[in-house]
Design a protein around this ligand. Structure first.
Ligand code: AMP
Length: 113
């Protein structure tokens, strides 16, 4: 998608602090972190949101979680624990309509509401 900010980051057209990349996934630090570790794990394929994913996307979305686990270990937050968040749709707070997993950790996180 030519007007998608995360597609531009994946292509390297916009700068980002990348922490992981493979054929399926790109991960980079959130520009506005809300925790000491705040990484976005994004499929290289454009999918607007969970609501737009199809059954064929299941392995790809599963891979986001495997990468999240690896990055949590790399960040040293596996033992303490971390939160994985996927906002879906406007009322959830989703602002970038390219599916992504937030990896949050490095401090005690408050209950969600
Ligand atoms: P969400 O609100 O779940 O759609 O999350 C979108 C996230 O993308 C927010 O936490 C933003 O801070 C983050 N974000 C937006 N633009 C950039 C960017 N250029 N580089 C890194 N993170 C970004």
């Amino acid at each position: 998608m030519s007007d998608c900010i995360f597609c531009k980051i994946i292509k390297g057209d916009i700068p980002s602090t990348n922490v992981y990349k493979d054929e399926q996934v790109t991960a980079f630090r959130d520009i506005n972190p809300v925790a000491p570790t705040h990484i976005l794990i994004v499929p290289n394929k454009h999918i607007d949101s969970v609501d737009m994913m199809i059954v064929d996307d299941e392995p790809l979305i599963g891979h986001l979680f495997t990468v999240a686990k690896q990055l949590a270990a790399q960040e040293g937050i596996s033992e303490g624990g971390y939160r994985l968040v996927v906002n879906t749709g406007v009322e959830s707070g989703q602002t970038v309509f390219h599916i992504h997993l937030h990896l949050l950790g490095g401090r005690k996180l408050t209950k969600m509401g």
